[in-house]
Design a protein around this ligand. Sequence first.
Ligand code: MG
Length: 319
Amino acid sequence: MIQPLKRALRNSIKSANLQLRTKLSFRALAAEDETFLTLFPGNAKLRRIAGGFGFTEGPVWLPGENALLFSDIPGNRIYRWEPNGKLSIYREPSHNSNGLTLDPLGRLIACEHGTRRVTRTELDGSIKVLADSYQGKPLNSPNDVVTARDGTIFFTDPPYGIRPDQQELPYQGVYRITTEGELECLSRDFDRPNGLCFNLDETSLFVDDSSSRCHIRQVVNATAGTPNEAKVWFEMSRPGLSGDPDGMKLDQHGRLFCTGPEGVWVFSPDGAHLGTIRLPELPANLAWGDEDGKGLYITARTSVYHLRTEHGGARPAWR
Ligand code: MG
């Protein structure tokens, strides 16, 4: 692109940012590409819908109940929030739950730091342990989880929830729980494997690394057989900026939303950084919700935030 055009594009993005910033209560949208601002309604407003927690994580929308669940990890609780503002305790103790998701039958899958396990809440309310050890050694502290359409469960196992002397596995794995209940280790070469999500057709699983390597990797063929080597999809390291890649979700057009330095980074399906949603607190995870699936809920340290988007989250809604 010739220089004057580049300058004009930069200026139009800057001015659009300024316009949006005057509408939003916080300078929430920082565009890197002109398409970024079209992802949000003109009257979009970043709202803090709940606060006063220890460290929020694991947002998941319950489509049948029109409610959001999220973890407060140090608070040892899972909360239930409704759009009318009602906040209640869904589970206590939660065993310091972190990532939450639903499986295709709507059952809640939870990563628990305190018990170092992944559990499923059955439809009768009982809790079944799906994984707590691998090859005879306790897991580190399962962090985040996603389910495939066929019910296969994928989770990450960094050591954030344990002391160094408690770690028995000599690596930080990415795991798969098959539909038969078998636990398989997909990768051992992440430093701090953390957030994960699928692309639209589930041919690729994205996994990020929150260590100083600070990147998103793409694992091809994760759902069946032996996956291909995880290649780096995007380097997120930004020296001087605080925040690491953590929770990730996809929108319905395959754009990847990933928490990272300074906020939630939004990527095109081919890996271009379109812009960043900035928040007053550093985010750790996100999930789409609302009756039309277009509300973005972001857990960020002591609070949960909400921002309407134009396109909504990837289907199926339980992801
Ligand atoms: Mg995480």
